[in-house]
Design a protein around this ligand. Sequence first.
Ligand code: SF4
Length: 453
Amino acid sequence: MYSGFFEVFSIGIGPSSSHTMGPMRAAARFVQLLREEGLLTRVASVRAVLYGSLALTGEGHGTPGAIAYGLMELDAEKMERPYTLTDTLLLGGTKEIPFSPAKHVTAEKDITLPEHPNALRFFAEAEDGSILREALFLSIGGGAVRMQGEESAAVASADNVPYDFNSCRELMALCENAKLSIAQLIRRNEATLHSTPELAARTKLIARVMRSAIDRGISTPGILPGELHMPRRAPQIYARLEERFRHNETDALTIIDWINLWAFAVAEENAAGGRVVTAPTMGSAGVLPAVLRYFERYGCKDSPYSAEMGTEIMLLTASAICSLYRANASISGAEVGCQGEIGVACSMAAAGLTAAMGGSNAQVENAAEIAMEHNLGLTCDPVCGLVQVPCIERNAIGAVKAVNAARLAMRGNGSHYVSLDSVIATMYETGRHLHPSYRETSLAGLAKNAFTC
Ligand code: SF4
């Protein structure tokens, strides 16, 4: 099932697409529901109950504040940083109600709903305390939300594009028959969903937000929010690299330091609640920008495309790969562990870079497959429920691994033993077999053994 480019890449404030952006969107959808049903003016208070992974790690992931932003219908794309909240808010931007995240958002830590590990229920109450409306939302990954019983946005996209695909095998066959690259096929699909200038503007905006997250991360020192009191490392890494450059120090692996730096910069911005792009999620938002900058800085010299064209090809190709994971597995750490976040980001970036370097469709599949194959089994165990340890370093490792996967694929002719479809199926199966405590609950792994929070 085809997931559109605009669905795959969303812009918002961190630190988590499923725990920050998703709940913010769910809250805004709830307000919209109240408005459509003529209830908005009668609402005296709103509360939300979190379940499953949202309940266990929502506090560290900024879920309660994100719900407040959603109830105010703030535009996530325009926010640079978190807002300071008081004990009231303007519901739907019009009606003042009392709302304090600590009081009006509660967590049912022992309950996981069968519908999804990331679920939240909203209640709108009248002055006399009676419930005017309630609704259950599922935060299904990458910032996407679904109200209980509703079909996903991907279904709507899939119905309207000329080239819908459910597997990489189908995608390859469609490309082969139409004599198109993966990026060209996605461009044709998107042309039926959006105008050409709209797609061009969106692609440029996505790349711009990725670049600006790198630049802000490099130039913003300080301590990240949360009880780990982690210093931001990107500015130090950058200073060290500049110093080495000034002193003409040579090191054959300097490129790796740069890739690490760019990934750190974005991941730290995300951890601080800054503005990033889901690629495919916010926890993994540093991988693709780091690989994109690698292409712009180093890769495009050997590419048949200009930096601008290569960037567009990279993003369109990465979007197609993400669509395959969304259709056949998951991009939610709460469902399949970090395989679904850093693993998918690595796979998307490897595929995108290979395409931007002029690789064939078979080489693109090979790169995406290599990248995921060596992320299989990756657990999600964020320390103190914060998107910091192991997440920030993991973005850097994922970015370097993506470049390596692309290079391995480019050295071959595209033929490979393991198909991307079989790796995606394996990733999903492995994720479902992971004990729930390794799926974004902070109950095991590093979260249990590395620190006492
Ligand atoms: S460990 Fe991975 S999946 Fe879990 S929060 Fe960190 S980046 Fe996301």
